[in-house]
Design a binder for this molecule. Structure first.
Ligand code: SAJ
Length: 420
């Protein structure tokens, strides 16, 4: 059966682009979100998140009547669940949003529907979701009960798009499809092939769940290796960026870049799902998390030591010393400050420092509440004119464009090797 109406539950960084991609292929899409503001914004043809090109695609989709947003699920032929899966307590995955999304669609499910879980999830989550659905809809059969003959097909299909390039990667990247049955996989592939130019590679639900966690853990472990090297090099008086660029000339070495820590909502979170399910086996993945999470505190210690040098050499009093922090976003050239090590470090520096703390972040016009009372937002030139100590936190292209010779300050902590 072809998919006449597709419903996407959760209209955030993944759900809204996915809904827009289907709608742009002239499919009728019902987007569902509990956030009334998001629903109203989308229905006006606007967007509530920042992602290149998404605004244009959503505007056209809404104007042409292919996309509408609602707060309560309606009947559809396929449901994609793309709600957050944060962690709780000791880094255990919190599946509460997935459960409530599943239970919210249960009343409108009908024989022949396909349900896909896209949210990053621990292994076994898709089977768990199928159990939750079966518990509230005993009149329908599910894959765990009826296999290939089930009334409802269920699959896990993780997203793997890079924030800032979502509309391109959503269409071009290969996609892993893990059905609870072969029929579920086949139907999920048919669904994604509506807009996908990459390949749909079929596996099973548990492997697809682990695949998503593996991709982000791979990146986390590799960044941790670079961050660990940066600590070792600081002890040894070696420039870590020169070292990495030299080592990367080996044909089989490709080290990532150290930085102030790992931010965002994926790489710093997803590896914990593996660790929490497999604490005995995941020693390397666990240690990588600790290495990356420890980096901001190490940077703050570097700042304290640099300010101490500045105090000793400049003859200024501590309250006369101005520290300028360059960058707040969680990675270069975006305005997303959530889970950003740069914000965390700036806050700690401002709390500790008795003098002025300046922030330069060309991608935002307003400081987050956690910083508002403590720091002052300035442009690059003002900050470079006033600061005694400079802290480079995010390698935005505007900062990279500044030549090292323009940095007159003697006291510099450069976590990205931009002004080396
Ligand atoms: N980072 C470094 N050094 C590097 C690369 C990154 O310190 O060499 C830092 C960044 O500054 C940032 C963090 O890592 O703080 C994460 O940035 P990222 O660009 O590595 O990844 P995200 O979080 O924007 O997106 C990741 C992607 N996963 C992989 O590349 C394996 C993306 O494809 C996923 O779809 C996304 O997570 C997700 O939604 O899971």
């Amino acid at each position: 059966m072809s998919f006449e109406t597709i419903s996407v539950i959760g209209l955030g960084y993944i759900g809204l682009p996915t809904a827009a991609a289907f709608a742009s292929r002239q499919k009728r899409v019902i987007g569902v979100d509990v956030n009334q503001h998001a629903v109203e914004t989308i229905n006006r043809g606007s967007i509530h998140i920042v992602e290149p090109d998404l605004d244009k695609i959503v505007k056209i989709a809404v104007e042409e009547g292919f996309l509408k947003a609602v707060t309560v699920p309606q009947a559809a032929d396929a449901f994609l669940i793309a709600v957050p899966t944060p962690f709780k307590g000791e880094h255990e995955p919190d599946m509460a949003y997935v459960r409530s999304a599943a239970e919210s669609i249960a009343p409108v499910l009908k024989k022949g529907d396909l349900v896909i879980l896209e949210s990053t999830s621990p292994v076994g989550a898709t089977e768990q979701m199928a159990e939750w659905l079966a518990a509230v809809r005993p009149d329908l059969s599910f894959p765990q009960q009826a296999g290939e003959n089930s009334d409802i097909d269920i699959a896990y299909c993780p997203e793997r798009v890079l924030p800032g390039q979502v509309m391109v990667e959503l269409i071009k990247n290969d996609r892993v499809v893990g059905g609870m049955t072969a029929k579920s996989s086949r139907r999920a592939s048919e669904l994604y092939n509506i807009f996908l130019e990459g390949e749909c590679v079929i596996s099973n639900a548990r492997t697809a769940e682990m695949c998503k966690l593996t991709e982000n853990s791979f990146r986390d472990v590799n960044i941790a290796f670079a961050n660990e090297l940066s600590l070792i090099c600081a002890e040894q008086g070696i420039n870590v960026w020169e070292l990495i660029s030299l080592a990367n000339r080996h044909p089989r070495v490709n080290i990532l870049q150290p930085g102030p820590g790992v931010g965002g909502h994926c790489i710093a979170v997803d590896p914990w799902f593996i660790v929490s399910q497999n604490p005995e086996q995941s020693r390397l993945i666990h240690t990588a998390r600790l290495v990356n999470d420890g980096k901001p505190l190490w940077v703050v210690d570097q700042v304290k030591a640099t300010v101490a040098d500045c105090l000793a050499e400049s003859g200024k009093r501590a309250n006369e010393i101005k520290i300028a922090c360059f960058g707040l976003a969680f990675k270069p050239n975006i305005d997303d400050l959530r889970e950003s090590p740069a914000v965390y470090i700036t806050k700690m520096v401002a709390q500790w420092h008795v003098g002025q703390t300046i922030v330069v972040e060309p991608n935002v016009h307003e400081l987050p509440n956690s910083l508002k009372d403590r720091v002052e937002l300035m442009d690059v030139n003002q900050a470079l004119k006033q600061a005694d100590v400079v802290l480079m936190l995010v390698d935005h292209s505007q900062f990279k464009a500044i030549h090292g010779s323009a940095i007159k300050q003697k006291w510099v902590v450069d976590t990205k090797g931009v002004w080396r």
